[in-house]
Design a protein around this ligand. Structure first.
Ligand code: ATP
Ligand code: MG
Length: 442
């Protein structure tokens, strides 16, 4: 017996009692069969959108997909998306159906779904599984419903969705589906970047991301063309066991699954191919690749329509990934003040993953990074002063000490540097004395 939220079952029951065929469908059935609690619920029904709205008139609701008439309804705090059974016809532009035809039959609605494991329903008679979804779940396979070439021609996002699902569930792609994915990935260029971004970010933050990215480098290059030269690029350096792309994917696997960190790891060495030089001994070098990579990464993230905050976090990490780390409170305070503790902790994480992804001995780097991390966490825990706002003196004090114009900012920043590095107490008396000395020195 599968377990579903009783409120989702009640929504289906209400539709059925009103005389409309209805069932839970898609991801919630798949996840439930896998023993994973569903994170959202979709129901499909023979009722038309206006009938759905009327039947749930007493519940909060909104139009969740105006083109297709999906109605989201809330039952005791649970949102369920209810969609009329439909068939889709005529995908002329690889993007979306030209026409949507409502259907009275659940079978039609299941047949239009992308993968067998997503094309099951839970109705009054139990599981409806027309395409062998359950067997594929047991075999841990992502397989198209019907002919993969046809399904991917209809909607060019599906190859990426298939890879995302494989990464999310740690499944393999069934052989014919995998071959068709490779053939149809180029058509992803017809799909809106917003839809691509959504699937791609979910993919790279999934547990199986590394394997999927290594098996399908053409997918990563389709989404981030700047990575093209990195694939197979031999680093000719004893410190590096892997080519640039493989190394980057391994670094991605080593950082937490947040979009900023994972994008930064994937793109951190994007500047390597263009800065490659060989010395007389035949060893490869990439001087300045961190800076050279910045405009490439910036362009890639902008094109992918990554939100500004994530993009800026990722770019900062890429720009700084060669920052030399030192032991002690002084280094931690200086960089926590410049970057903020969150960015600094992310940078230490990326540097650790970068080092581990070289495939060669690390010469004590890991231990150094761990100590630096402990230092930054200690600063956080003690509430160390790291911003001008937290400093025990301010602009008024600087003016009162006789400083003028730009000297005010210079003095306060210099004091903050020393406080953050642990050289001065963040104590008003002490800092006022320092301001007076600053004024004398002018
Ligand atoms: P999760 O929410 O865990 O990502 P999901 O399967 O619910 O998984 P959604 O993107 O929410 O994924 O889609 C809901 C369902 O709609 C899918 O299970 C699938 O049956 C169907 N579906 C979604 N997108 C497509 C598509 N492009 N082509 C065909 N069917 C699709
Ligand atoms: Mg879903």
């Amino acid at each position: 017996m599968l377990e579903f939220d009783p409120r989702a079952l009640a929504a289906v029951e209400r539709l059925r009692r009103a005389g409309f065929d209805a069932a839970l469908v898609g991801g919630c059935v798949r996840d439930s069969l896998l023993g994973i609690p569903p994170h959202d619920y979709d129901a499909a029904t023979a009722a038309r959108p206006e009938e759905i709205r009327a039947l749930f008139a007493g519940c909060p609701q909104y139009d969740a997909g105006s083109r297709f008439g999906t109605v989201a309804v809330e039952l005791d705090g649970l949102w369920v998306e209810v969609t009329t059974f439909r068939r889709e016809e005529g995908y002329a532009d690889h993007r979306r159906p030209d026409r949507v035809a409502f259907s009275p039959r659940l079978e039609d609605d299941l047949a239009r779904r992308d993968f067998t494991i997503n094309a099951m329903a839970w109705g009054p008679a139990g599981l409806v599984d027309r395409f062998g979804g359950r067997a594929d779940l047991e075999r841990r396979l992502v397989r198209c419903v019907g002919d993969p070439d046809r399904r991917f021609r209809e909607d060019a996002l599906r190859p990426l969705r298939g890879l995302r699902l494989a990464a999310q569930l740690d499944f393999a792609l069934e052989e014919e589906t995998a071959a068709a994915v490779r053939r149809h990935l180029p058509e992803l260029s017809h799909v809106a970047w917003e839809r691509v971004r959504e699937e791609f970010l979910r993919l790279i933050c999934s547990p199986g991301a590394c394997r999927v990215l290594l098996d399908f480098p053409e997918m990563a290059v389709q989404v981030l063309p700047e990575l093209g030269p990195a694939v197979g690029f031999d680093q000719r350096n004893f410190h590096h066991l892997y080519d640039v792309y493989t190394h980057s994917v391994r670094a991605l696997e080593g950082v937490s699954p947040s979009p900023a960190l994972r994008l930064a790891a994937l793109l951190h060495d994007v500047g390597k191919p263009s800065t490659f030089t060989l010395d007389e001994s035949g060893t490869g070098h990439f001087y300045g690749h961190d800076r050279a990579g910045l405009p490439l990464a910036d362009r890639a993230l902008e094109r992918l329509r990554v939100d500004r905050e994530t993009r800026e976090r990722a770019l900062l990490l890429i720009a700084r990934h060669h920052l030399p780390v030192e032991d002690g409170r002084r280094w931690a305070g200086r960089w926590a003040r410049r970057l903020g503790t969150r960015a600094l902790l992310e940078l230490l994480e990326l540097k650790g993953a970068d080092g581990a992804a070289c495939g060669t001995p690390d010469g004590g780097q890991r231990a150094l990074l761990d100590r630096a991390r402990a230092q930054v966490l200690a600063l956080e825990a003690e509430g160390a002063c790291l911003t001008l706002r937290e400093l025990a003196v301010d602009g008024h004090d600087a003016l009162a000490a006789g400083l003028k114009g730009p000297a005010v900012g210079t003095a306060l920043n210099a004091l903050l540097d020393r406080v953050a590095q642990g050289e001065l107490e963040n104590d008003r008396e002490t800092l006022l004395r320092e301001l007076a000395r600053f004024q004398e020195g002018m």
